[in-house]
Ligand binder design. Sequence first.
Ligand SMILES: [Zn+2]
Length: 361
Amino acid sequence: MAKLDETLTMLKDLTDARGIAGNEREVREVMKKYIEPLADEISYDGLGSIIAKKVGKEDGPKIMVAGHLDEVGFMITQIDDKGFLRFQTVGGWWGQVMLAQRVTIVTRKGDVTGIIGSKPPHVLSAEARKKPVEIKDMFIDIGATSREEAAEWGVRPGDMVVPYFEFTVMNNEKMLLAKAWDNRIGCAIAIDVLKGLQGVDHPNVVYGVGAVQEEVGLRGAKTATYKIEPDLGFAVDVGIAGDTPGITEKEAMSKMGKGPQIVVYDASMVAHKGLRDFVTEVADELNIPYQFESIPGGGTDAGSIHLTHNGVPALAITVATRYIHSHAAMLHRDDFENAVKLITEVIKRLDRETVDKIIYE
Ligand SMILES: [Zn+2]
């Protein structure tokens, strides 16, 4: 693989870090390393979300840009007497992408490698072979021979289990393959927006946030928003790419490389119309590509942001990504960079009067 530039190194560090909901410490530390030098102040909410404050003008409108730290993974619930691990999914998983995948159990004594197993097809009836294996019938095999041995290695109930995958720049160097794009790309956007505002004169206070526990119900965004009390909020996340075989335009229209997605509707929120219009006008003015998206079967942290306090106009801006909620997902570097550019340019154009106009007109 080619040598990684500064941006790719950050993306690798962010996606390599391990953190399911409620276990985000390692990811938070990586995000802190990158965002702290760009911020005036770092703080945390009570659940562990990281909040990096960058002041343009101290009493200016507060703008929140939030990605979430947690990734989908699993949690150990039991160790059986033969040393196999039973687990709980944490975040949405589809059984068909789980079998025979390598995972890492993060224990207090260090990492333990495992593989998700099931009964082999060779012992199944012809009828049973046609059906997908249910998640409740899967287990994690760490090569232990007894409960005692697994415990000796440090494994115990409550330990997080994360997908194992190596960050890869593909032959087409714009195509990036990694675990946990959902939602380390959002964390990266929040970091690079603050980077884009270095030395820029603007009358706002910008908060780059890494929120915890999105995958289990948009929880950290609620507490972080409560602490910040923003005037406007952006959730940055992955969205669905509709450009693989078998997906019809009716199901998902977005294509990788065609710009960030402006989410007009999802199960958690109706996009704030004033903010949506303002953002697309900026994109049009600067010829930044974008795509409209609706996700009736999913939500983002904007769903929590907009319902905090007395209501916060919010918008989700997402990066079309293939194979989310699996071991490895793929996205296009240009979409990431254009999302950063768009949000940065929007913030440069905001001030109290403009924000009031967006909210009240
Ligand atoms: Zn997700």
